[in-house]
Design a protein. Structure first.
Length: 352
């Protein structure tokens, strides 16, 4: 929000954030495979009464209205803030500073900002939850990662991006998280740009192609015991996903968490860095242990994709109890210190 609109989101209860997540929940339900009829493939289905398909037209229109109302209201807040306090360092402010030159309509402006606000709001958080979920079951991996981080980063600061090259095991944990529980198991539909042959099969031009990310990530030929969280699959492979995504060779890709082709996630560079920093800081700062049952024994977690994760367009772990505690008083003091620095030097530039 700060980068896009120059507005802060100080908590998950901030009104624009609760509205965003409510809208995203309704949108993701519509995007689930089978939730709507394949009208792009069979246009005649447009004429079938929508109630046969769960009133998909009305639901889609409602989500569209929610998007317009939310995105427009945030843009209007930016305009009001600019009248009182002037321009901030944000994307929308930069565009509004050049409004007469770029000739974007109000609709184009608020949807440009809205799509960026929406893009990483649930995908990154779902992956972080998957990482925490995995660490409650494979605690030895967390301990190994903490040992690596402790050899590089002292207790007086948290990991930063410049530490990446010296934290190869943490880098492989990020890759394994993307492989183990891809947020979008079936990627967005693509269309073949030209006739192509794959393994003796003709793929005609304009054929709809849906990438089965889950299937590729859990291919036992490439990833033995695919349901096991094992960062060592990527040992020695620390090249970033944007660099590997340019390859047309399936075997050279680390994962397909960002999609592929011309419709690959446009935020891949920012997402890759944010995910590494979030996971590295969690590993540095906290112990992550299973929750306890009524008898005081560690809970055996359900990490099965069938029963431990939500169904739908976006995959996310169901609620699970766990104990997340600071590893030391010194680390907690560092967290508080860096938060105060961020509030003073960064957050203070933006409105709440």
């Amino acid at each position: 929000m700060s980068l896009v609109f120059g507005l802060r989101t100080p908590s998950v209860d901030t009104p624009h954030m609760t509205r965003l997540y409510d809208m995203m929940e309704n949108w993701s339900q519509l995007m689930e495979p089978g939730a709507t009829p394949p009208v792009d493939v069979y246009p005649l289905l447009h004429y079938v009464p929508q109630k046969i398909f769960g009133n998909w037209v009305s639901r889609s229109q409602n989500v569209g209205e929610e998007m317009h109302e939310l995105y427009a209201s945030v843009l209007d807040r930016v305009r009001e803030r600019r009248k009182l306090k002037g321009s901030k360092v944000s994307l929308i402010d930069t565009l509004l500073d050049q409004e007469e030159k770029i000739h974007l309509s109000r609709h184009q402006l608020y949807f440009l900002g809205g799509v960026l606000m929406e893009g990483g709001s649930d995908t990154t958080s779902s992956l972080i939850l998957a990482f925490i979920h995995a660490m409650t079951k494979w605690g030895d991996i967390l301990q190994k990662a903490q040992k690596e981080i402790d050899s590089v980063v002292d207790e007086d600061r948290t990991p930063v991006w410049s530490d990446y090259a010296r934290l190869p095991y943490v880098a492989t944990i990020v890759k394994e998280t993307q492989r183990w529980r891809p947020v979008v198991p079936l990627a967005f539909p693509h269309a073949a740009a030209e006739d192509d042959w794959i393994d003796g099969y003709l793929i005609p031009r304009n054929t709809t192609v849906i990438i089965n990310s889950w299937g590729m990530h859990h291919d036992e030929k490439r990833f033995p015991n695919p349901d096991t969280f094992d960062p060592d699959r990527y040992k020695g492979q620390t090249m970033l996903a944007p660099e590997l995504a340019a390859s047309a060779d399936y075997e050279s890709r680390d994962h397909y968490g960002y999609g592929s082709g011309r419709r690959i996630c446009p935020g891949i560079h920012l997402a890759e860095r944010n995910l590494f920093l979030a996971i590295a800081k969690l590993i540095w700062a906290f112990s992550i242990e299973p929750g306890l049952n009524e008898s005081g024994q560690p809970i055996e977690y359900d990490v099965s994709p069938e029963t431990g994760y939500s169904e739908g367009f976006l995959v996310c772990a169901k609620d699970f109890p766990c104990a997340i505690k600071p590893r030391s008083e010194a680390r907690w003091a560092t967290i508080v210190k860096e938060l105060e620095m961020a509030q003073r030097d960064v957050f203070s530039r933006f409105d709440i």
